[in-house]
Design a protein. Structure first.
Length: 463
């Protein structure tokens, strides 16, 4: 699930139980919509809203999908409706499926080859197969349409918060979007406006009626919902008092300020707050509502401070709660704090490395000692096999009388005299072989130059 859809679900889970609609969500809940979609015609207000919601779901998924799914509760919340009337929803879906967007020449000039398709024409259904099943709204869209939604060449930001009651308001607001940054539109002739606003009755041909019943209604609601400060400017037909053209202007400073303070969720930040710090819904909502105070820089500083305190062992209960305290009170990690932290971390790392090196050396030494003992024991057994039976018995008796043999017997829970019966035991086998090898070494040193001093009648290999 992408950022926008995650935020939508989070807001739904927190606002819906309180009886709050999508109109109380932050204005940043939305997507970059292609300017081409303002040309959608012959749809009701509710069907247009349904398409906005469906395209929002599509836009928040970076990949082309065959099927899109959205929780039915979230779907209806984004529609700004609580109706359980499935017949109404089915009617809207069928209306959206019957609609299509026309693709004309400038839309289909091949950007790669530059080939001119200005005379070409196309029509793409606004929605494919759709279902209300299993507590979900499931739908499909043509791949060409998905590409236009996900990667628009020219676009505007459409906030899902703005829900209009008049179709005039919705259509006019959409038509303003390609010019939203300029703060003013080109001049439009009245007939163009009438077509856009679907004002087909003859009474709308009278500008006074057209303005009072359509334009003023749209302007008032747009200002109420979107706080745009929209105004209508008229221009007479040359040499006449008759209105021939109109244009619209609005206050761009309010829009810019609003966009700067709203919570624009970045994937990395959102996922970090949810996964690493485990913020709950009310905490995320607090950040969203106070975005003018909780800036990106302040959020990142609070995260850095909290991580530092966790590593220092000062966070005892919940990192998310500590983070929110740091965010509210603007706790920061200074440059000197960072230097101390880095120095301590380096010392700890050095200590760990020293311990690791010592352990490695000890393990290596133990391995070398073990290998040496096994080699010495093997030589001792070789020498033992060369002895006569009487000498063998004497060596075994001497071995059993050693203090170390007593300890070994106690470890094996046997009597020392029983050790000869356990020579195949790996511990006893190695111990006895080492004892014999040591006897050989001592005998060889004592008998050097005097064979009569050799304890063994046959030549014993030197260890």
């Amino acid at each position: 699930m992408d950022d926008g859809q995650q935020l939508a679900l989070l807001l739904f889970e927190n606002l819906a139980p309180q009886g709050k609609s999508v109109t109380e969500a932050p204005t940043s809940l939305g997507f970059q919509r292609s300017n081409a979609f303002v040309r959608i015609v012959d749809l009701s207000l509710a069907a247009r809203r349904l398409l906005d919601v469906a395209y929002f779901i599509v836009a928040t998924d970076p990949e082309i999908q065959k099927i899109y799914r959205v929780d039915a509760g979230l779907f209806k919340w984004l529609l700004s409706t609580t109706t359980e009337n499935r017949a109404h929803l089915k009617k809207l879906i069928r209306e959206a499926q019957r609609g299509a967007i026309e693709i004309n020449g400038p839309d289909i000039i091949d950007a790669d080859t530059g080939e001119d398709h200005s005379k070409d024409w196309g029509s793409v259904p606004l929605m494919g197969p759709a279902f209300l099943a299993g507590g979900e709204f499931v739908f499909e869209l043509a791949e060409r349409l998905q590409i236009a939604i996900k990667n628009p060449k020219h676009s505007h930001f459409l906030s899902m918060r703005y829900v209009f009651k008049s179709i005039f308001s919705k259509i006019l607001y959409d038509q303003l979007q390609p010019f939203i940054e300029e703060g003013i539109t080109p001049w439009f002739d009245l007939e163009t406006l009438r077509v856009w606003l679907q004002c087909e009755k003859k009474t709308y041909n009278v500008f006074k009626y057209f303005r009072s019943k359509a334009l003023d209604v749209a302007i008032d609601e747009i200002n109420e919902v979107a706080k745009l400060g929209l105004e209508l400017i008229t221009q007479n037909v040359p040499g006449s008092k008759k209105i021939g053209q109109v244009r619209f202007k609005w206050d761009t400073s309010k829009k810019a300020t609003e966009q700067n303070v709203e919570f624009i969720v970045l994937r990395k930040t959102y996922e970090t707050l949810k996964s690493e710090f485990a913020l709950n819904g009310s905490e995320i909502e607090e950040i969203i509502k106070n975005r003018d105070i909780f800036t990106d820089e302040r959020i990142n500083s609070a995260m850095e401070y909290t991580r530092h305190q966790v590593k220092a062992g000062k966070v005892k209960l919940r990192a998310g709660g500590y983070f929110m305290k740091a965010l509210r009170e603007d706790f920061r990690l200074g440059s000197l704090d960072k230097e101390i932290h880095e120095r301590n971390a380096a010392a700890i790392a050095q200590g760990k490395q020293g311990t690791a090196n010592k352990t490695a050396r000890e393990q290596k030494s133990d391995q070398e000692t073990t290998a040496k003992q096994l080699k010495q024991a093997a030589l001792g057994w070789d020498a033992f096999e060369l002895l006569e039976d009487d000498n063998k018995a004497a060596i075994v008796r001497e071995y059993c009388s050693q203090q170390t043999s007593e300890f070994l017997a106690r470890r094996l829970d046997i009597e020392p005299s029983e050790l000869p019966n356990h020579l195949t035991n790996p511990i006893v086998h190695t111990s006895f072989g080492s004892f014999v090898a040591l006897k050989v070494q001592k005998a060889n040193k004592a008998a050097k130059g005097d064979s009569s001093m050799n304890l063994f009648e046959k030549k014993i290999p030197k260890a």
